[in-house]
Design a protein. Structure first.
Length: 164
C-alpha cells in the first residue's frame, strides 16, 4: 500500500522564491559617492603624512614598520572602496569589494535600506539583506536610481513575505 500524496504539496516545499524585476534589465552603480571617496583618500594621505612626520625619513627603521603595515591595510581598503560597483539584475544583487558579495534575489527573506537622509554623500547608503538561510550581506550604492530600486525591492519583499 502506498502512502497518500498530500493534496497541496507546495506547503511542504518551503517558502516560494521571491521574484523582483528591476526597472532596467541590469542596473549598475558606484558603491560609494565621489565625496565619500575624496574623504577616504584625503584621510589616507593625511595619515601617511602623519606617519612620515612621526619618524622623518627613517622609513626602514623597524620601530615604525607597524605604522606602515596598518597604513597598507587602510590603503588596500581605500583602493577597493574606489573601485567598488553594485549591480542589480532580476536574479542577483552583487557588489565588487575586498571580496565579491552576491545575493540571489529568490533567497531573500528580509531587506532594509539604511541611510541618513541628506548625508548620502558622506555616510554611504547601504542595503542590509538577509537570506532564508540566515546569511546576511551589506551592499552599498550611491546612485539615486539604485537607492529607489532598493526601496521598491524592500516594499515588494515585505508584501510578498506577508502574504505567505
Amino acid at each position: 500500500m502506498t502512502s497518500p500524496i498530500p493534496p497541496d504539496l507546495t506547503e511542504h516545499l518551503g517558502p516560494a522564491p521571491f521574484r523582483f524585476t528591476p526597472r532596467e534589465e541590469t542596473m549598475s552603480s558606484q558603491a560609494f559617492s565621489l565625496p565619500f571617496k575624496v574623504l577616504a583618500v584625503t584621510l589616507l594621505l593625511g595619515l601617511a603624512f602623519w606617519a612620515y612626520q612621526l619618524h622623518g625619513s627613517q622609513v626602514v627603521q623597524t620601530d615604525y614598520l607597524w605604522i606602515w603595515a596598518a597604513w597598507g591595510i587602510m590603503a588596500y581598503t581605500v583602493g577597493h572602496l574606489l573601485l567598488g560597483k553594485t549591480r542589480l539584475t532580476a536574479e542577483t544583487l552583487e557588489q565588487t569589494w575586498i571580496w565579491h558579495k552576491k545575493v540571489e534575489l529568490r533567497d531573500l527573506a528580509y531587506v532594509k535600506l539604511i541611510r541618513v537622509p541628506g548625508m548620502d554623500a558622506v555616510i554611504a547608503p547601504r542595503l542590509y539583506a538577509r537570506t532564508l538561510m540566515g546569511k546576511f550581506t551589506v551592499i552599498y550604492a550611491c546612485n539615486p536610481e539604485m537607492i529607489e530600486e532598493f526601496k521598491r525591492m524592500g516594499a515588494e519583499l515585505k508584501a510578498f513575505r506577508a502574504m505567505r
